[in-house]
Design a protein around this ligand. Structure first.
Ligand code: AQP
Length: 350
C-alpha cells in the first residue's frame, strides 16, 4: 500500500458559508480536481465542537450539511469523479482520533491559537471536543493518507500539528510499521498544506484586521454565498474604508487593511493581480470602486447561489451524493484502519 498523491480537505457545516471559505478553500478544491484524486468532506463532527447555540441543533446541522454539499457542487466539484461526503458517516475518523489522542502531546495542543481564540476567556467552559479539534483534523487527513491539504491561512498551525502527529506515530511504531512491509518506516505521509490561490485570508468587511468568519455576530462582516444581489450591494457599500482615495501602487495598501482587503477580493474574483486592479482604480474614490466590486461579486456569486438554491431544494439528491461518497471514502478508510490496528497491536478477526 504505497503512498499516492491524494488531496483531502473539509468545511464545517456551521452555516453562513462566506466569500472567505469560497476564495480561501473551495476555489482551490475545484482547481485541484484537474491534477489529483480529491476527497472533500463536510466535517459535521467538527461542527458540534462549539456550543449547540453555535451549530444550531440537529435540524440546523442537517440543513447546513446539505448547504455545504450544495456549495461544493455548485462551485464545480464533481462528486462522481471525486469524493464528497459528510464525516460522521465514516467511523474511522473518530477511531483514528482516539489513537492520535494517545500520540499527540498536551503541550502541542496548548499552543493552538484557534482554540484560544474560540474558547475566549471562558476556557474552562469550552468543550473537550473543541480542544481536541486539531487531533480530529489530523485523523481526517491521515485516514486517507492524504498528501496535500488545501486550506486558508488560518489552518496552517493545525496542518503543522497533523505533520507532527504523523511523524511521531511513524517513530513510535517504526518497528511495527516495518514489520508490516513499510520498509522505510513511513506509514502516514507528512501532509503538505496548500495555502495558495487567490485569497488565503479574506478579512471582515467591518474590520480589516479580523478574518471574515461564519461566527462573526455581524452579518455585515461577510458576504454569504447565499446572499442575493441587493444584500451583496448593501454589504459592500457599507464596508468599512478610510478617507483616502485608493493608491495607485500596491505599496500604498500597507497599513490600510480595509482597502487592502477590498482590492484583494476584487483581484481574486477577477483573477487579476492587486497591482493590475490598482492600475485601473488607483487615485479614484472608494464609491466608484465599490460599485464595480458589487457588479463583479454579483456576476461571480449569483450563479453559485442559484445552483445552491436548486440543489438544497432536492435533499434526496444531496443525501444520495453524501451516501455514495461515504461508501467510497469508507473503502479507503477501512484499509488504513485495518493496518493501523495491526500496527498498534490491537487483536482483530482476520
Ligand atoms: N476568511 C477566510 N479567508 C480565507 N480562507 C478562509 N477559511 C475560513 N475563513 C477564511 C477557510 O475555509 C475553509 C473552511 O473553514 P471551516 O468551515 O472549516 O472553518 P473556519 O476556518 O473556522 O472558518 P470560519 O468561517 O472562520 O468559521 P468560524 O467562524 O467558526 O471560525 C478552511 O480551509 C479555512 O481555512
Amino acid at each position: 500500500m504505497a503512498i499516492v498523491e491524494r488531496v483531502f480537505s473539509g468545511v464545517q457545516p456551521t452555516g453562513n458559508l462566506h466569500l472567505g471559505n469560497y476564495l480561501g478553500a473551495i476555489v482551490n478544491f475545484v482547481k485541484l480536481q484537474e491534477t489529483h484524486n480529491c476527497i472533500y468532506c463536510v466535517v459535521d463532527l467538527h461542527a458540534i465542537t462549539q456550543g449547540i447555540d453555535v451549530w444550531g441543533g440537529p435540524a440546523q446541522l442537517a440543513r447546513n450539511t446539505r448547504e455545504v454539499t450544495a456549495a461544493f457542487i455548485a462551485s464545480g466539484i464533481d462528486p462522481k469523479k471525486h469524493i464528497v461526503f459528510n464525516q460522521s458517516q465514516v467511523t474511522g475518523h473518530t477511531e483514528l482520533t482516539w489513537i492520535f489522542n494517545c500520540v499527540a502531546r498536551v503541550g502541542w495542543l496548548n499552543r493552538m491559537t484557534q482554540f484560544k481564540e474560540k474558547a475566549g476567556k471562558d476556557r474552562e467552559n469550552a468543550s473537550v471536543g473543541l480542544y481536541d479539534y486539531p487531533v480530529l483534523m489530523a485523523a481526517d487527513i491521515l485516514l486517507y493518507r492524504a498528501t496535500h491539504v488545501p486550506v486558508g491561512e488560518d489552518q496552517k498551525q493545525h496542518l503543522e500539528l497533523s505533520r507532527d502527529i504523523a511523524q511521531k506515530f511513524n517513530n513510535d511504531f517504526g518497528d511495527s510499521i516495518r514489520r508490516h512491509g513499510f520498509n522505510e518506516g513511513l506509514f502516514f505521509p507528512q501532509p503538505e498544506p496548500l495555502i495558495t490561490g487567490p485569497a488565503t485570508r479574506v478579512m471582515s468587511l467591518r474590520d480589516g484586521t479580523k478574518k471574515m468568519s461564519k461566527s462573526d455576530p455581524s452579518d455585515y462582516s461577510r458576504i454569504n454565498l447565499t446572499d442575493d444581489a441587493d444584500t451583496i450591494a448593501q454589504k459592500i457599500r457599507k464596508a468599512k474604508t478610510d478617507p483616502e482615495p485608493l493608491p495607485s501602487e500596491e505599496k500604498g495598501l500597507e497599513a490600510r487593511p480595509e482597502a487592502d482587503n477590498l482590492v484583494g477580493i476584487f483581484a481574486a474574483l477577477s483573477a487579476r493581480s492587486k497591482a493590475d486592479v490598482l492600475g485601473e482604480f488607483g487615485g479614484g474614490q472608494f464609491s466608484s470602486f465599490k460599485n464595480s466590486l458589487v457588479e463583479l461579486c454579483v456576476t461571480k456569486l449569483s450563479p453559485v447561489a442559484s445552483e445552491m438554491k436548486r440543489l438544497v431544494a432536492d435533499p434526496g439528491y444531496v443525501d444520495g451524493v453524501l451516501v455514495d461518497g461515504a461508501d467510497r471514502a469508507r473503502a479507503i478508510a477501512d484499509e488504513t484502519m485495518e493496518l493501523t490496528r495491526d500496527i498498534v497491536g490491537f487483536i482483530r478477526k482476520h
